[in-house]
Design a protein around this ligand. Sequence first.
Ligand code: DX5
Ligand code: ZN
Length: 223
Amino acid sequence: MKPEIRICPSVLSADLAKLAEQVTAVEAGGADWIHVDVMDGHFVPNLTVGADLVAALRRITDLPLDVHLMVQRPEWYIAPFAEAGASVFTFHPEATGHVQRQLQQVRACGMLAGLALNPGTPLSFAEEVIDDLDLLLVMTVNPGFPAQRYIASSSQKIARSRQLLRQYNSQAYLEVDGGISRETIGEASSAGADTFVAGSAIFSVEDPGREVQELRKRCLPAA
Ligand code: DX5
Ligand code: ZN
């Protein structure tokens, strides 16, 4: 089991005009990974950034870049994101026909392989490919937009995910994403999550670095 906690600011909520400054601030606050939300306007009704932003981030920080693909056909983007310097590549199973093959492809390109489950997506999708997973992302909102409310029933799903990882003796990270704040991080953490994405909670306040510390303080040590 990995004992540490990871706090992962989502730069989707940062001021892109001051990206370098904001990344430096969260890094100084002890952020562990930088989370990058990639949306294609098809898998989710919103458009964001692509591999170029990851390449730019790679030039300004040494932190691992945790890329979350909310796109159809994620397999088209594995190599470009690997070349841009992504460290973790997480996609949704509904977006591709061959989940296990793509997970292997991600690892073959030198990245950690993550699978993301929407609130309505059964955990069994992860169970089928458990040995191919370096990270399981339990979405705690329906993806597409920052600043949504944490879905309360997610805590139960996080607990079931933790159980599943234990059952298979998996060392995969258990990440949560959506509505994570000072109010919700404790609950997600006690349910068993060890890796926490937060966008608006970190970047909507004056001191994003301090907010990283505040979130960390509210986590339990991972089981
Ligand atoms: C969900 C994205 C998230 C999200 C996080 O659509 O995958 O990473 O923007 O934002 P907050 O923390 O504001 O919910
Ligand atoms: Zn995300």
